[in-house]
Design a protein around this ligand. Structure first.
Ligand SMILES: Nc1ncnc2c1ncn2[C@@H]1O[C@H](COP(=O)(O)OP(=O)(O)OP(=O)(O)O)[C@@H](O)[C@H]1O
Ligand SMILES: [Mg+2]
Length: 494
């Protein structure tokens, strides 16, 4: 599976909560916008109604009173400026022949007035004279709804009411809506996170189950797979339950497959062990007869004698191979573990002495501490480990090669190093040098009767003794390192 590391990975939980918040925010914005628009239309409608009444009052006054007015009180169009009942901030203007005769605004409860600046005259004169309300911005006076009507004598009366109250109302409603929306989004975020976490908890349990399975060593040996999703998370009426049940069924299948694998491995192992065991007797017989012929050498022709000497050496090689296969089969099955104290120092010293004899052309150097190092295990198998390593250092290096065998103790471990300055292990072979039948494909190793099981046995024996084996190799420096737990006094492995 590939994933883009630059993209932030969102958890399902995070995504759900973010989507919930996003959705609610969009709904809040929509509700806010629609409410503001509707409220704006409603309030402006109301204002227009008031404006119509104010305009009617102004028009009525301009038509003249029923009785003559007191001295000093204007009559005619200018009287509209004095129309009773107009509220504070009402704007009144009289236009004649396209010019503003007078334009003022009521600015106090005692009918105080304020003249409109000449800069706003253009707005007044350009207003359609149709009695309808129009929104206009009058600079310092703010936004107004204005309507213009024509008097009977041809003058134009402009009446206006400020939009500031409508705007104020819209602002406060907007702020309230915004606050409510913010609160709702916050509460939804918190409650949503909590709910989603609760709802997805079964998924966490499934993940934990899967995680426990990945920690099990399933690749080898007898494997018990007891891990299952709890019964409560396998209710198929829920989505998680379906996944849980599927996971349990899959684990069941995997357990069956592992079981089948283990049974087939055991069968093969038993077959190899049985076959090796059965081969021992006929091989011993072949070897015995060949030796018998050799002993009566004078009585048989030379070429027959030669043939039987070949039979003898090949049967010895085959016996060796069969013994190695048998040992590997036993180690694989976990049997063949003898636990007795093994004097590693002595065993290594003997093996080096044997190597001296077997490979007189090599230089063998032993470096071991004076006090003995003892490990717990099977002496014969441990001997085979050392013999195989020394045998390799002899068989796969030319004469004159120096082989250092260093034995030491590090903490609770005995450490054995076998180092040679030979040509080294081929690079492509090195990673799998401990595999069975892995060997350098040189004619030399073939002719030397190499089978490629030596290091596999080393690895299997060391593993059975709870130790480690490693190798580093380059031309001129090949080193095998074996560590084995030393035995504590009393016989237990330290
Ligand atoms: N010290 C060494 N120097 C160079 N090559 C080595 C050395 N030790 C092992 N090898 C390489 O690793 C291969 C595997 O070694 P291993 O001991 O498993 O098998 P083998 O020696 O070929 O056969 P046998 O079963 O007889 O031991 C060898 O064939 C050889 O190519
Ligand atoms: Mg070998």
């Amino acid at each position: 599976m590939s994933s883009n590391p630059r993209r932030r990975a969102w958890s399902l939980r995070g995504k759900l909560v973010a989507q919930l918040i996003g959705l609610l925010a969009v709904v809040c914005v929509l509700v806010g916008v629609v409410t503001e628009l509707a409220l704006d239309a409603f309030l402006v409608d109301k204002l227009d109604e008031q404006l119509r009444q104010a305009s009617d009052r102004a028009l009525a006054v301009s038509r003249g009173p029923d009785r003559p007015p007191p001295a000093g009180v204007p009559t005619g169009p200018l009287a509209s400026l004095e129309a009773p009942g107009q509220g504070i901030d009402t704007l009144n203007a009289v236009l004649s022949g396209g010019d503003v005769v007078r334009a003022e605004r009521l600015s106090g409860p005692e009918a105080e007035r304020e003249l409109l600046p000449a800069s706003s005259y253009d707005i007044l004169t350009s207003l359609p004279v149709d009695g309808r309300a129009y929104s206009r911005d009058l600079g310092d006076f703010g936004a107004y709804r204005l309507s213009a009507v024509r008097t009977d004598d041809g003058h134009v009366l402009v009446t206006g009411l400020p939009l500031s109250q409508v705007d104020d109302t819209l602002w406060s409603v907007g702020l309230i809506l915004g606050g409510v929306a913010l609160g709702a989004v916050t509460i939804t975020g918190l409650a949503g996170a909590w709910t989603v976490r609760r709802t997805l908890r079964p998924l966490d349990r499934l993940a934990a189950t899967a995680g426990r399975v990945t920690e099990l060593p399933l690749d080898k040996g007898e494997v018990a797979l007891p891990v299952r999703v709890p019964e409560s998370d396998t209710d198929t009426r829920t989505e998680v339950g379906k996944v849980g049940l599927a996971l349990n069924q899959m684990l069941g299948h995997v357990a069956d497959a592992l079981d089948a694998r283990q049974r087939s491995e055991s069968r093969v192992r038993r077959f190899v062990a049985d076959a090796s065991h059965e081969l021992r007797t006929p091989l011993a017989a072949i070897k015995g007869y060949a030796e018998l012929v050799g002993r009566h050498g004078d009585a048989v022709p030379r070429d027959v004698r030669f043939a039987f000497s070949r039979v003898e050496s090949e049967s010895a090689r085959m016996t060796n191979l069969v013994e190695e296969l048998l040992l590997l089969a036993r180690l694989d099955s976990g049997r063949a573990r003898v636990h007795e104290p093994v004097d590693l120092s002595r065993l290594v010293a003997d093996a080096v002495a044997d190597a001296h004899v077997a490979g007189p052309g090599h230089r063998w150097v032993l470096d071991a501490p004076a006090e003995p190092i003892t490990v717990l295990g099977d002496a014969e198998q441990v001997h085979q480990v050392v013999a195989n390593l020394l045998g390799n250092a002899r068989a796969h290096t030319p004469a004159g090669t120096r082989v250092d065998v260093v034995l030491g103790e590090r903490g609770n471990e005995a450490v054995l190093r076998v180092r040679d300055d030979g040509p080294g292990i081929p690079g492509d072979l090195l990673p799998e040098v401990f595999e069975r039948f892995a060997r350098g494909d040189t004619s030399r190793s073939r002719s030397a009767g190499s089978t490629g099981l030596g290091l596999a046995i080393v690895a299997a024996v060391v593993a059975a003794h709870h130790g480690h084996v490693g190798v580093t190799s380059e031309p001129g420096a090949t080193e095998f390192t074996v560590t084995l737990p030393v035995s504590a006094p009393g016989g237990a492995v330290a």
